[in-house]
Design a protein around this ligand. Structure first.
Ligand SMILES: Nc1nc2c(c(=O)[nH]1)N=C([C@H](O)[C@@H](O)CO)CN2
Length: 118
């Protein structure tokens, strides 16, 4: 099966469990792999037949920029729900990285895999 992907989408958000984190915005990086049959848009060459990665990115930027969760787990789950509900995607893999959150690590975060209806 094919995928459409978004790699390294950087969005600033209020995120974290510590008091100091509630007063600043931090960069987050999103990587998504969304299952989608690309044969139709390949045959028609029509953007209307695609899973439009620009539209998905725009929606995530809109949502994440105004979010204020404590855990990256919660934000990742909400983002996956939005993509599955609002776009023609049956399943996806989403990696949410929080760069610089742990000294010595380039990034920390979560990877989740979700499908419609489970
Ligand atoms: N599994 C998680 N562990 C931690 C989280 C988190 O969201 N999920 N968050 C923090 C702090 O906010 C941290 O990022 C501050 O450096 C710690 N552990």
């Amino acid at each position: 099966m094919d995928h459409v992907f978004i790699e390294g989408l950087e969005i600033e958000a209020l995120i974290g469990i510590y008091d100091w984190e509630r007063r600043i915005r931090q960069p987050l990086v999103f990587d998504l792999e969304m299952r989608f049959d690309n044969r139709v848009p390949a045959a028609t060459d029509d953007i209307a037949d695609t899973l439009n990665y620009k539209a998905v990115s725009k929606r995530l930027v809109e949502y994440v920029s105004q979010s204020d969760f404590g855990l990256v787990e919660t934000l990742a789950e909400r983002c996956a729900e939005i993509v599955l509900r609002e776009f023609d995607v049956d399943s996806l893999r989403l990696k949410l990285s929080k760069p610089g959150a742990v000294r010595g690590a380039r990034a920390v975060g979560v990877v989740i895999e979700r499908s419609r209806g489970g």
